[in-house]
Design a protein around this ligand. Structure first.
Ligand code: ATP
Ligand code: MG
Length: 554
């Protein structure tokens, strides 16, 4: 498939750079800030950067952009590594931390001072903002803008040595206070912050700002193409200024692409964080979230996510993708890969009156007619079965082809049965359905005497294993939209449905975490990695079987 698609605009740019000899290799990176878990949007960036490096025989770095100690934690470093690896983006031995470059960034800042390209400012954050001007009016020069090189070097060193309080001094790049691009109006490149860092501890009390740190990190690693999202387009002149003034021999080039957005889905880190912290969801890996960890726990596969990112495409303008498309991708993938087994989510007893008591027989069932490699299995049949409560109706509407008094259906992989009666409790709830079977109609016997319209699934009552299955709806109340006026998520109160009386074939009970199955007629289900116990799996529904989604025509 990969060969057939036309190249995206980033590949076109890279082709040109290689042809013109701007670069003779391609080096990319994924630069997450370890301040939360990754989500489906990050998957796009990961797979894009990794894919480009592979395609051009270049290299791919995983680099933690850990320059802001307030929100960063080791827990997030570990989760991000796990997620990137799971997606198949192999960084080999190319794992880096921006904080390892603090020394070099400091030395380069001194060099900027020596070149007259940076100065220490005494202005407060407020004042810097005031001096910056607006879109229509130029900014005012910082009163400290013309400090001597010697004084700047001394003050910058004192900043580093802890002589100043947080916010008391900053280092600013000396560019142009009248620039039409606000980012170029002498941006702050270092701040004083007496904070412990997860990697460097208390070694530093000054930290570089993103717009200075990021181009430095790219340049130090020899990145050629720094792929980032559109909101950084206005920062590109500053990116270029930094790598040029720092005098790197082979400066990297920034290219922006559109973020991946999903309609009616929560992706913002701080919103997810809030749902986690107030207990609305069961951690960052709650299966209702589109965090990579949540999708993995739900039962998504890297292949499905790759397909989705490919379908969403790489472009220069923001567009919103539909959750339906993501679901389509995982359904298509699991349709081929998963065994199809029988599980009854909401059971009611089916008793076959003319099947001998105590008798049982083994029937053969193909595991996946679309994938022969998955083989077949034996399932046990007997007099008492569990069937889905909704597969029987006392008074059926038109076009109901399942069980009702007098109607005949096929029991999947087994026999035809005809409903001959039912039992109810005092409240009118059906407690058992009675039927008779026709021994002539055994599946695989070549019986062609008559046809039935309905086929229902079942499990043998005395050997079935009772488990819990969880069905999910969007965590967002779609009618209200993602966020309310206070900027909080509109939570759907029915996003989690717990079915704790499910009956499954015994063949499924020893499944491992992350193993998934198609429960025929009910959807794809994955063994939850957190809540399952040996022999007692808990299932998450990955996705239902049906969808109205159609692939966009090419
Ligand atoms: P924050 O909101 O905290 O800045 P972030 O999502 O931008 O979060 P980063 O860790 O800075 O998080 O992102 C790492 C990389 O992933 C960046 O290069 C960023 O541009 C990219 N990225 C983030 N969100 C998306 C998205 N929705 N689609 C594509 N790429 C994304
Ligand atoms: Mg960011």
């Amino acid at each position: 498939m990969m060969e057939e698609r036309s190249k995206n605009f980033i590949e076109n740019e890279i082709d040109r750079d290689l042809k013109e000899g701007v670069y003779d290799t391609v080096k990319t990176r994924f630069p997450p800030e370890p301040n939360g878990y990754l989500h489906i949007g990050h998957a796009k960036s990961i797979l894009l950067n990794y894919g480009i490096a592979k395609e051009y025989g270049g290299s791919f770095n995983l680099r933690f952009d850990d320059t802001n100690p307030t929100k960063e934690r080791i827990e997030f470093v570990e989760s991000i590594k796990e997620d990137v690896a799971w997606l198949g983006a192999d960084w080999e031995d190319r794992l880096f931390f921006a904080s390892d470059y603090f020394g070099q960034m400091y030395e380069t800042a001194r060099k900027l001072i020596q070149k007259g390209k940076a100065y220490v400012s005494d202005l407060s954050a407020e004042e810097i903002k005031e001096y910056r001007g607006t879109w229509n009016e130029p900014g005012k020069n910082d009163p400290n803008r013309d400090r001597s090189v010697e004084e700047n070097l001394r003050l910058f060193e004192e900043m580093k040595e802890g002589k100043y309080q947080d916010g008391e001094k900053t280092l600013r790049a000396k560019i142009d206070m009248a620039s039409p691009n606000m980012n170029m109006r002498d941006p702050v490149i270092y701040r004083v912050a007496h904070l412990s860092h997860h990697n460097t501890g208390d070694a530093w009390c000054i930290y570089p700002m993103y717009d200075y740190a990021h181009p430095m990190e790219d340049a130090i690693e020899g990145i050629t193409h720094s792929l980032c999202t559109l909101e950084f387009e206005d920062h590109r002149p500053l990116y270029n200024w930094v790598v040029e003034e720092a005098e790197f021999a082979h400066p990297p080039r920034q290219i922006e692409f559109a973020k991946l957005f999903l309609r009616n889905v929560v992706t913002g880190k701080r919103y997810i964080k809030k749902l986690v912290e107030d207990g609305t969801v069961d951690g960052w890996d709650d299966p209702r979230l589109v965090s990579i960890a949540g999708l993995r726990r739900r039962g998504y596969t890297p292949d499905a996510i790759r397909k989705f990112v490919e379908l969403a495409g790489i472009s220069k303008s923001n567009a919103t993708a539909e959750m339906d498309m993501l679901e389509y991708c995982v359904r298509e993938d699991l349709k081929q890969k998963d065994k199809r087994v029988m599980a009854v989510l909401d059971p009611v007893k089916l008793i076959i009156d003319n099947y001998p008591e105590g008798k049982s027989e083994m029937l053969s069932a193909v595991n996946n007619p679309e994938n022969e490699a998955l083989g077949s299995r034996e399932i046990e049949f007997g007099r008492e079965l569990w069937i889905e409560r909704e597969d029987f109706m006392e008074e059926p509407p038109k076009k109901y082809y399942r069980l009702y008094p007098g109607n005949e259906v096929r029991l999947m992989h087994a026999y035809f049965v005809t409903c001959v009666g039912f039992e109810k409790d005092g409240e009118g709830k059906i407690t058992a359905v009675h039927c008779t079977y026709d021994p002539e109609t055994k599946q695989g016997s070549g019986f062609e005497g008559r046809k039935v319209k309905g086929t229902i699934h079942w499990v043998k009552a005395d050997t079935a294993v009772k488990v819990t299955a969880r069905l999910y709806n969007n965590i967002v109340d779609e009618e209200k939209g993602v966020y309310n006026e206070e900027g909080e998520v509109n939570v759907n109160p029915d996003s989690l449905i717990v079915m704790d009386q499910c009956m499954i074939e015994p063949s499924v009970k020893d499944a491992e975490p992350y193993e998934s199955f198609q429960f025929v007629r009910n959807g794809f289900f994955c063994v939850d990695a957190k809540d399952s116990r040996p022999g007692q799996p808990v299932f998450n529904r990955v996705v239902s079987l049906k969808s109205s989604y159609k692939l966009p025509s090419a």
